[in-house]
Design a protein around this ligand. Structure first.
Ligand code: HSE
Length: 324
């Protein structure tokens, strides 16, 4: 088992979906890959431009998280060969750090014969991220409804409606989660709390039952979006008007700055919606790229590679899995 190389494929995620702050996450079909093997000496290869500037020594997040798995399982593998590639843009609100954490946890666990359960990996991931929404979605796939009480995370996974897809508009600028959490107030009024409990509850029920028409009413938030709007020019307009341009509802994706619109796959207004998102950002001087994404039903997956199997770079080139 220890000689095998493990290949990990882990989906991106969108968190909050509006009112479900730190509670809702949905996996999206945009991926990161990690190859991991026990080695004589640690090497970390970052493939592609996306991860330029990330450390390639033992301070690398994937390396450090892998060591946490080995510690928790009581084994020792201080030297690892790691290669990674990601189509998930960094610090844009699509769960790139959660995907790295989950990918590292799953890869390291597979290397040692899955000594830890998925539940245990979820607990470690949530403790690292401090909220369960992105990591839950990347780990379990689908739509994850979760909470963390500071000690333990609990979740329920739902299968997103088959007619649901997402249009994301990804601004060219980065916004750190730390900064986007820093603008949030420490206290809310009872009225705001009731607003969010109601909207988040109805949103989950609508998504669980396929009541897509309810999304535009429920996908509203009084907890974080109003406070984050100042950081993302054009956001308020998108939130207020996206449903008039064919969206089922719109939200800030995670801590932003990416905006997410949920869309019925059968809609004939997709071009109109895409143009609306782009032109709104552009009018505010923000360059943004749009992507159509489907909810990813599968969470993180791992496969052992046979000796001599193509390395990650070769696999990506051959399979053409990579997004343009
Ligand atoms: N729920 C988190 C937030 C997701 O909105 O800050 C960001 O990682």
């Amino acid at each position: 088992m220890h000689n095998s190389r493990i290949r990990v494929k882990v989906p991106a995620s969108t968190a909050n979906l509006g009112p479900g702050f730190d509670a809702l996450g949905m996996a999206l079909d945009l991926y990161a890959w990690i190859d991991m093997a026990v080695a004589e000496e640690t090497t970390i290869e970052l493939i592609g431009d996306q991860m330029k500037g990330l450390p390639t020594d033992k301070t690398n997040l994937v390396y450090k998280v892998a060591q946490m798995v080995f510690d928790a399982a009581g084994v020792s593998h201080p030297e690892l060969s790691i290669a990674m590639y990601s189509d998930i843009p960094l610090t844009r609100g699509l769960g790139s750090s959660a995907s790295a954490i989950v990918g590292a946890l799953a890869g390291a666990n597979a290397l040692i014969g899955d000594k830890l359960t998925l539940q245990e990996l979820f607990q470690i991931a949530t403790r690292l991220e401090k909220h369960p929404d992105n990591v839950g979605a990347s780990l379990f796939g689908g739509l994850v409804v979760a909470f963390w009480d500071g000690e333990r995370a609990e979740y329920v996974r739902l299968e997103p409606d088959a007619h649901l897809e997402a249009l994301v508009a990804i601004p060219a600028f980065q916004l750190s989660t730390e900064k986007a959490r820093g603008v949030l107030p420490q206290q809310l009024s009872l009225r705001e709390a009731v607003y969010n409990v109601g909207h988040a509850s109805v949103l989950v029920a609508a998504l669980a039952t396929g009541n897509l028409g309810m999304i535009r009413h429920a996908m509203k938030d009084a907890l974080h979006q109003p406070h984050r709007a100042a950081l993302i020019p054009g956001m308020t307009e998108i939130l207020e008007q996206a449903d008039r341009h064919g969206a089922l509802g719109a939200a800030l994706s995670g801590a932003g700055p990416t905006m997410l619109a949920l869309v019925d796959t059968r809609s004939d207004r997709k071009d109109e919606l895409e143009a609306f998102l782009k032109s709104t950002f552009s009018r505010h001087g923000i360059e943004a790229k749009t992507l159509w994404l489907k909810p990813a039903s599968a969470g993180v997956t791992t496969e052992p590679l046979a000796p001599g199997a193509p390395d990650l770079k070769a696999m990506l080139a051959v399979q053409g899995e990579v997004r343009a």
